[in-house]
Design a protein around this ligand. Structure first.
Ligand code: FAD
Length: 391
C-alpha cells in the first residue's frame, strides 16, 4: 500500500515524485556527495563584502564593521521600500555578524583556484572578475546550516525577494514563465530551511548540534506547496546540468592533481550520462515549452531583470555564511537559467554556451544541496509530520 503524500508528476515537470526519490537516493545523491568533496568542486570564489546596492550611500554595510547594519528606509530605492513599511523600527535592522557559527572559514589561498574564462552571466548581478575583493572559500569547511541569522534583517530580504521580484502567482494565472521564477525561489528557500533544521545548534552553552524537527515541520513540511517547489527546483537544476552535458563533459577540471582530476571527470560523466536517470526521467523539465507566446522575449527580459535583483539582494544578507551560500545558490540558479534559456524565440541558442568555472561549481553544489533536501524530506517527512501532528 502506498502511503506517500506526494504522488504523480511534479507540477510543470516531466517526472513523478516516486521516480525522483528513487533516482535521487540510488544514484544522484551518492554521486553528488562525492563530487562536491573533490578539489575542483569544493572551492568557491565569492565577494563577501556587504556592498548592498539597495542602501548604498552610507557605505556602512562593509563586512568588517558590519556588526550593525542600519539601513534607513529612506535610502531604499522605491521598489524595495514597500515591504518594509510594516512598522519595522530601523534599530531592529541589525546584521548578525560576529556569531561564530555565522563566520566563514577562509583558510585557503587563491592559488587553489585557477580561473577559467570570464564571461558575463545576464541572469546574475555579480562581476566574477578576479580581484582583491574576492575571497576563496573551502565549502567543506563552511557547511550551510543554522547560523542564528534571523529577525527583521533576514525577513526583509525574503520579503523583498517575494514581494518585489517574484510575487506569488495568483491562482488561475496561466503564465508558466512567471510561475517558474516564484517556484525556483520558494524551492531554494525550502532547501535552506531544511538545512537549517537538519543541522541546528540545539544548545549554545554545550555547543550541541542536531536536528530540529519542529522547525523542519513549521517552515516546510506543513506547507505542501513548499515541498512541491523544492522538487520542482531540483528537477529544473537537474535538467540544466544534463542539458549542458556535452559542454560539462569537455570542461577543464584540472587542479594539478592528476588522479583526483580523473576521478572528478569520471564522476561528472556518471552524473551527466547516467543510464538510470536517462531511463526513468530523461527530461526532468521541458524548457522548450516556455517563451512561446508573442511576448516571449519581453517576458524573458523582465524575468531576467527580476532575477538579477534577487542576485543583487544577496549582498544585503547580514550574515557571512548565509551570504556565501545565498550567493552560491543564486549563482547556481542563474547558471541553470542561463543554460536553459539562452535561446531565442525559435529555440535557437543566442550564442554558444560558455560557463565560468565558478558557475559550474555553483551549479553542482546547488544540485547537491537540493538533492540532500529532497532526500531528507523523503526519509524524514512522514515521521516528522506524524510526530508534529500528533502533538
Ligand atoms: P523565513 O525563512 O525567514 O521566511 C520568511 C517568510 O517567507 C515566511 O514567514 C513565509 O511567509 C515565507 N516563506 C518561508 N518559506 C517559504 C517557502 N519555501 N516558499 C515560499 N514562501 C516561504 N539562516 C541560517 O541559519 N543559515 C543559513 O545558511 C541561512 N541562509 C540564508 C540565506 C539567505 C539568502 C537569507 C535571506 C536568509 C538566510 N538565513 C539563514 C535566514 C533564514 O532563511 C530565515 O530567514 C531565518 O531562520 C528566520 O526564519 P523565519 O521563521 O522568520 O522564516
Amino acid at each position: 500500500q502506498d502511503s506517500r503524500k506526494y504522488t504523480g508528476i511534479v507540477e510543470d515537470c516531466c517526472c513523478d515524485y516516486e521516480t525522483v526519490d528513487s533516482i535521487n537516493e540510488e544514484v544522484l545523491h551518492p554521486l553528488l556527495q562525492e563530487l562536491v568533496t573533490t578539489t575542483f568542486f569544493r572551492y568557491f570564489k565569492v565577494k563577501l563584502w556587504c556592498d548592498c546596492p539597495f542602501w548604498l550611500d552610507d557605505g556602512m554595510c562593509r563586512l568588517r564593521d558590519c556588526s550593525v547594519c542600519e539601513c534607513p528606509e529612506s535610502e531604499f530605492p522605491e521598489p524595495f521600500r514597500k515591504p518594509f513599511h510594516l512598522g519595522l523600527p530601523s534599530d531592529d535592522l541589525v546584521c548578525q555578524e560576529g556569531k561564530p557559527q555565522a563566520t566563514v572559514d577562509r583558510t585557503l589561498d587563491s592559488k587553489a583556484f585557477r580561473g577559467w574564462i570570464e564571461i558575463d552571466n545576464p541572469w546574475t548581478n555579480d562581476d566574477e572578475t578576479d580581484n582583491a575583493e574576492m575571497t576563496y572559500v573551502n565549502l567543506q569547511l563552511n557547511p550551510e546550516r543554522y547560523t542564528g541569522y534571523a529577525g527583521p534583517s533576514a525577513r526583509r530580504i525574503w520579503d523583498a525577494i517575494y514581494a518585489e521580484n517574484c510575487p506569488k502567482y495568483p491562482s488561475g494565472e496561466f503564465c508558466q514563465e512567471k510561475r517558474v521564477l516564484y517556484k525556483l525561489i520558494s524551492g531554494l528557500h525550502s532547501s535552506i530551511s531544511i538545512h537549517i533544521a537538519a543541522d541546528y545548534l540545539n544548545d549554545e552553552a554545550t555547543n550541541l548540534w542536531g536536528q530540529n524537527l519542529e522547525l523542519m515541520f513549521d517552515r516546510v513540511l506543513r506547507y505542501p506547496d513548499r515541498v512541491r517547489n523544492l522538487y520542482f527546483t531540483y528537477l529544473f537544476v537537474l535538467r540544466a546540468v544534463t542539458k549542458a552535458a556535452d559542454y560539462l563533459e569537455q570542461a577543464e577540471y584540472d587542479t594539478g592533481n592528476n588522479s583526483e582530476d580523473l576521478k572528478t571527470q569520471s564522476l561528472m560523466r556518471q552524473l551527466l550520462y547516467n543510464p538510470k536517470l536517462q531511463a526513468s526521467c530523461p527530461l526532468p523539465f521541458d524548457e522548450a515549452k516556455l517563451w512561446q507566446g508573442q511576448s516571449g522575449p519581453e517576458l524573458k527580459q523582465q524575468i531576467q531583470k527580476q532575477f538579477r535583483n534577487i542576485s543583487a539582494l544577496m549582498d544585503c544578507v547580514g550574515c557571512e555564511k548565509c551570504r556565501l551560500w545565498g550567493k552560491l545558490q543564486v549563482l547556481g540558479l542563474g547558471t541553470a537559467l542561463k543554460i536553459l534559456f539562452s535561446v531565442d524565440g525559435q529555440n535557437n541558442l543566442d550564442q554558444p554556451l560558455q560557463l565560468q568555472r565558478n558557475e559550474v561549481i555553483a551549479l553542482v553544489n546547488l544540485l547537491n544541496r537540493l538533492s540532500e533536501s529532497v532526500k531528507l524530506i523523503h526519509e524524514m517527512g512522514p515521521s516528522v509530520e506524524k510526530i508534529m501532528e500528533g502533538q
